[in-house]
Design a protein around this ligand. Sequence first.
Ligand SMILES: Nc1ncnc2c1ncn2[C@@H]1O[C@H](COP(=O)(O)OP(=O)(O)OP(=O)(O)O)[C@@H](O)[C@H]1O
Ligand SMILES: [Mg+2]
Length: 301
Amino acid sequence: MATSYLELSQVGIEFDSRHGKFRALDDINLSLDRGEFVSLIGHSGCGKSTVLNIVAGLHEATEGGVILEGKEVNRPGPDRAVVFQNHSLLPWLTVYENVELAVNRVFKGLKSKSERRDWILHNLRRVNMEHALDKLPSEISGGMKQRVGIARCLSMEPKVLLMDEPFGALDALTRAQLQDSLMAIQAELGNTVIMITHDVDEAVLLSDRIIMMSNGPAATISKILPVNLDRPRDRLALAEDREFVRLRHAVLEFLYGNKSEPVTPAATALTDDAALDKRESITTEKKYRVTSGMRPLTAMA
Ligand SMILES: Nc1ncnc2c1ncn2[C@@H]1O[C@H](COP(=O)(O)OP(=O)(O)OP(=O)(O)O)[C@@H](O)[C@H]1O
Ligand SMILES: [Mg+2]
């Protein structure tokens, strides 16, 4: 019955650790539509990267699986490109060559050499990096490296873009610029995106839905918050928007409030308001850490 574009079905994972088995995730169920942008949010160590790595095929789920366009995925592939917090450019290759590597991997034999060159330049232009083609990663700033990393991923025309705190290491201004670029690119290309973030404003600004995870061990999806703000979105206008403020508050409440509630697999597959009501009405006795204030979540492991 999997009709969604991307489906995580009953995903669980147990790691072998020095102290025996460690169950990081339990019964993760999530359906994404094509072109949907979802954020994963939750406390440090809850299992967000593990979810992303399972979708990327870098970790193998112990139970359940991931289905993309009707096919199970359990190994890495160019149909799922990953942007990490710290760029993963090869330091001995130039900006151009880093993107070329990815383009050759996917398009050699499909595009001619000059078509590939045009395509590389096109993708670097998308992120405003065509002026630095011949620079090495060590010669450009952190924000520029992330731009190249995004260009490299886009150049593979992945079905799904997986982003693990892509802007986490950047200053606020650069982060805002890259968020705007990402929104513009996604509006143009209709990418399906899963992004991990610790930044509540970023999650609300960019997402169609915010997936909020419970704390581990055996972390799961606690709540799903639909973000029904019109696009294109303007950060300045939204700062005063009542719905934006309400959504922002709902995420903060989840993260810093004193209780949250896991939901059933059936509820996480639904996307309408009725489903949200259903999710929010399901309660368990499970308690989570109580914190207050606006500390960075990374300080709360
Ligand atoms: N390869 C591994 N072996 C053993 N345990 C692991 C492994 N990878 C992750 N874990 C554990 O799984 C849990 C989830 O880790 P994960 O990196 O997914 O968290 P996270 O939510 O991404 O955290 P952060 O926000 O700090 O990046 C943690 O308790 C972590 O120690
Ligand atoms: Mg992580």
